[in-house]
Design a binder for this molecule. Sequence first.
Ligand code: NAG
Ligand code: NAG
Length: 131
Amino acid sequence: MSHSPFKIIFTFFILSFHLIEAGIRPKFLVSIFNFLPNNNVPLTVHCQSRDDDLGFHNITVGQSYNFTFYENFFWRTVFFCHFWWHPKEITFDVFNKGQKCIKKGPVYSHDCIWIAEFDGFTLNGVKEHDW
Ligand SMILES: *[C@@H]1O[C@H](CO)[C@@H](O)[C@H](O)[C@H]1NC(C)=O
Ligand SMILES: *[C@@H]1O[C@H](CO)[C@@H](O)[C@H](O)[C@H]1NC(C)=O
């Protein structure tokens, strides 16, 4: 393997492409953890954006439901979820243009960690909603 100028230039372009793409289309992880008391009432969640319907999911106690996506160029993505924990239910935005998500790691990725508890929901450790 020689280090020809062509290879160096090629590598440079590939790296640049990835960096630019990471900057333009940052990646997000939305995690929803079930830290509710284990009383056999399932936590059911149904998340949607304008373009995507992620379907219905039950999250067992101690587990999480995750989804990842790339923010669009205009930073317009909004995901909202409907939560059921009988007899309680609530709907709110779990992702609103990246607000309150935490940038993580050397690549341009972000975590939005929701925890469902008895008295409500936290996002990255900060209380956001009551049930
Ligand atoms: C979630 O759990 C409820 C109650 O056990 C069940 O009726 C429902 O089909 C489950 N939904 C999914 C998506 O697994
Ligand atoms: C979901 O993301 C969390 C980090 O928030 C991680 O600890 C967990 O393993 C992930 N779960 C799955 C099923 O990928």
